[in-house]
Write a protein that binds this ligand. Structure first.
Ligand code: ADP
Ligand code: MG
Length: 724
């Protein structure tokens, strides 16, 4: 009999931190910030002035990289890294798996007596990992295996520490032999370029011709679970799929609302402090942390940064949290839905755009007088309404299907929460001229000793998938485990398209005469709002009324990945991505293939794991319990000479029969896999395999509630979520 559960509980109970406590007095975290980053400060100190200036023009002003500076940068970077103990350098890239990939090369050329340091501009600028084992969706046949990594000077190089040595990591873009993007970074960079180009046209209309490039900013709030590793390893479903495929509802879940913002358990806090410290060294500006709604769920959020850098940093956050959690005997779960019946995890992506003029989505105190803000904000409204299909598909994958479209936040219908103040301003604008902004004022609490508090002009809304939150939009449908690159590419591109549309309309209306600008804005925005206000909704997004209303308004409700992904290859969307130079048709088709295939692989893996657990762990436990009950019944009959109560035995026997049947049905569904057409195959997984898996689980969870606890092989929800 397996004692894995008991062993896990004992281990949790005996847990002692194995590392020495971090000395926060000796090295305050502030002093550590970016200490392992080849930062602006380091570059200014170490690069020849002209090289530093050329590089900064590329980083800050988006100018083309002067390739003659690469040798000087490489040499300074190498010296800096070797001083910090680096033996290797790695081009870090972000393939379409959504993960981070790295290929390490030694600075040293071993052999020939003494070792030579080999790292020049050539090695800095370009790497050549074999691309054949990364998903390419048909872009590259296996015989054309070449792939290239290209240095991204706008995302700083850094040093990754390991007790046994350190590595210089260089963020790069990853493309095929034919120059097509095989990664997540390249389109982020292209989309930021597109956004800047169109935003500058609007700024020019307002007389700003000297603004620095407009960049998108992102601040992602990461939700995650931490559970003890002993439980994790006793759950083959968590190890293989990142989520539990079985598990009866525990007597206590999150209904007491006692976890959110609760006191953080000691071991968890120690772990958070160490990951934050590690991230600090890497220049990742993590700022807030708290308990989330579900038991064992937490959140961490960095300060917002340039969207490209934020994307790279987000990958580092996920890697670091997983790595550090292990040190504290825990497993960090980044899956969107590790446990049924309690909240899943998302990654709210806060997004805005700005330049030397400031944040272009900041309304100021009187938004009705801030025409420039109204133009940028209206562009976002139009973009989200016209392209909600793209936003929806940018967050579509099997894990997120458990959140979006299920009974959980946020819904799959993409709408915008604007809040009272802005809704009022745009309503005025649509009717005629805007003359006022609702003001917030202050709020008194009714206790004389407490200060009056300034109040926001609008309340918060937690149910909206896309909410205006004061000076940015918060895209809440993003999944906790996914790269934020895809959602950012879509946001940047669709907003660029809208800015292009509005700029063209305004340029036409004004005919180059600045005195006509205000009238032109009134006219253009009026029509934009009346055409796109259907996407605005300030109410409860979870309610059935909203679902009905949204349908009347014609807003799409794409409930799962299989329904959402085909929009990627819709001709109108391909045309837009091509027009703004973000992705070409081949790149888009390859992504469609890869994401569809990924969905099938995810579900296939889950189905196989469910089958194996049901057959080799749950069914045997049920048989044993059935045997015990039968033995008891026989013994009673022998002793008493009459039939005893056979209710439990009959129930267990009935459930065993059902479990055998559902297992056979799941087996049969899996047999049907291998359909040539990828869309049909995905549909089969969605409509055949997923329900068959659900049926196995439903019976297994019933058995969990009645089989003797000492026979049950899997750690329970109660144990995983509450034994810390
Ligand atoms: P909340 O939970 O209240 O939404 P958090 O403090 O957890 O807020 O996270 C807010 C996130 O939004 C942070 O990452 C923050 O840096 C980011 N943010 C703030 N202002 C902007 C902005 N102008 N553009 C993009 N992101 C922003
Ligand atoms: Mg938030």
């Amino acid at each position: 009999m397996s004692t894995a559960r008991q062993d896990a509980i004992t281990a949790v109970n005996m847990y002692k931190s194995n590392g020495a406590a971090l000395d926060f007095h000796a090295t305050p975290s502030g002093a550590l910030f970016a200490s392992n980053v080849f930062s602006d400060k380091v570059m200014r100190e170490r690069l020849p002035k002209s090289v530093y200036q050329a590089l900064t023009r590329t980083i800050r002003m988006g100018e083309a990289l002067d390739s003659t500076v690469a040798d000087a940068v490489a040499s300074a970077m190498k010296d800096w890294a070797i001083e910090r103990g680096a033996t290797h350098y790695a081009h870090v890239f972000y393939p379409l798996t959504g993960l981070t990939a790295e290929k390490h090369d030694s600075f040293l050329t071993p052999g020939e007596g003494s070792a030579l340091s080999e790292f020049s501009g050539k090695e800095l600028i370009q790497g050549e990992p074999d691309a054949s084992s990364f998903p390419s969706g048909g872009i590259r046949a296996t015989f054309e295996a070449r792939g290239y990594t290209a240095w991204d000077p706008t995302s700083a190089a850094y040093i990754l520490e390991n007790p046994n040595g350190t590595t210089l990591c260089i963020p790069t873009a990853f493309c095929s032999w034919t120059g097509e993007a095989l990664d997540k970074k390249t389109p982020v960079l292209r989309s930021m370029q597109a956004l800047n180009k169109q935003a500058q046209r609007i700024l020019k209309l307002f007389g700003h011709t000297n603004a620095t490039p407009v960049t998108a900013s992102a601040g992602p709030e990461q939700e995650y679970f931490l559970i003890d590793r002993n439980f994790f390893f006793s759950r083959p479903d968590l190890v293989t799929c990142g989520r539990t495929l079985f598990g009866a509802k525990p007597p206590k879940g999150q209904e007491f609302e006692d976890h959110y913002f609760g006191a953080i358990p000691e071991r968890v806090l120690a772990c958070m402090l160490e990951s934050e410290r590690e991230l600090y060294k890497l220049g990742v500006p993590v700022k807030t942390r708290h308990n989330e709604v579900a038991p064992a769920q937490y959140e961490v959020a960095p300060m917002y940064e340039n969207a490209n850098v934020a994307t790279d940093h987000q990958q580092l956050i996920m890697l670091t949290m997983k790595r550090v959690a292990e040190k504290y005997g825990m497993a960090c779960l980044l899956h969107e839905k590790p446990f049924a019946g309690i909240n899943g995890s998302g990654k709210h992506v806060n997004w805005s755009m700005g330049c030397s003029l400031g944040n272009l989505l900041a309304p100021g105190d009187n938004p009705h007088e801030n025409a420039q803000f109204l133009v940028f904000c209206a562009a976002v409204i139009r973009a989200v309404h016209l392209h909600s299909d793209l936003l929806r598909l940018s967050v579509a994958h099997s894990g997120n299907d458990h959140r979006l479209g299920a009974n959980e936040a946020p819904p799959a219908i993409i709408s915008i929460f604007l809040g009272d103040q802005l809704t009022d301003v745009f309503e005025q604008l649509e009717k005629g001229a805007v003359t006022s902004s609702k003001h917030a004022g202050t709020m008194t609490i009714g206790v004389d000793t407490l200060p009056p508090l300034p109040k926001h002009a609008g309340d918060r809304n937690r149910t909206s998938p896309f909410a205006f939150t004061g000076n940015r939009f918060e895209f809440r449908a993003v999944g906790s485990g996914q790269s934020i690159a895809g959602p950012l590419v879509v946001l940047n591109t669709i907003v660029a398209e809208s800015l292009d549309y509005i700029a063209t309309a305004l340029e036409k209306e004004t005919g180059g005469d600045p005195s006509k600008l205000n009238a032109a804005i009134q006219k253009v925005l009026q029509s934009v709002i009346s055409e796109h206000k259907a996407v605005l909704f300030n109410g409860d997004n979870y309610s059935q009324e909203w679902h009905d209303e949204a349908e009347k308004r014609g807003l799409p409700n794409l409930r799962n990945t299989v329904e959402a992904l085909p929009a990627l290859i819709a001709p109108k969307n391909i045309a837009m991505f091509e027009k703004y130079g973000v992705l070409n048709s081949r790149e888009i088709h390859s992504r469609y293939e890869i994401y569809m295939e990924r969905f099938c692989k995810d579900i296939n893996t889950e189905a196989l794991a469910a089958l194996s657990i049901a057959k080799t762990m749950i069914l045997p436990a049920a048989y044993r319990y059935q045997g015990e009950l039968a033995t008891t019944a026989n013994a009673l009959k022998a002793a008493l000479g009459s039939d005893s109560d056979l209710t439990s035995l009959k129930t267990v026997t009935g459930l065993i029969g059902e479990l055998e049947k559902t297992i056979a049905a799941l087996d049969a569904e899996i047999e049907k896999n291998g359909i040539e057409d990828i869309a049909a195959e995905a549909k089969h997984f969605q409509e055949g395999v997923i329900p068959a898996m659900g049926a196995v689980r439903a019976v297994a969870d019933k058995l969990e509630a009645i089989v003797a606890d000492d026979l049950w092989p899997l750690p329970s929800y109660r144990e995983m979520l509450f034994i810390k």
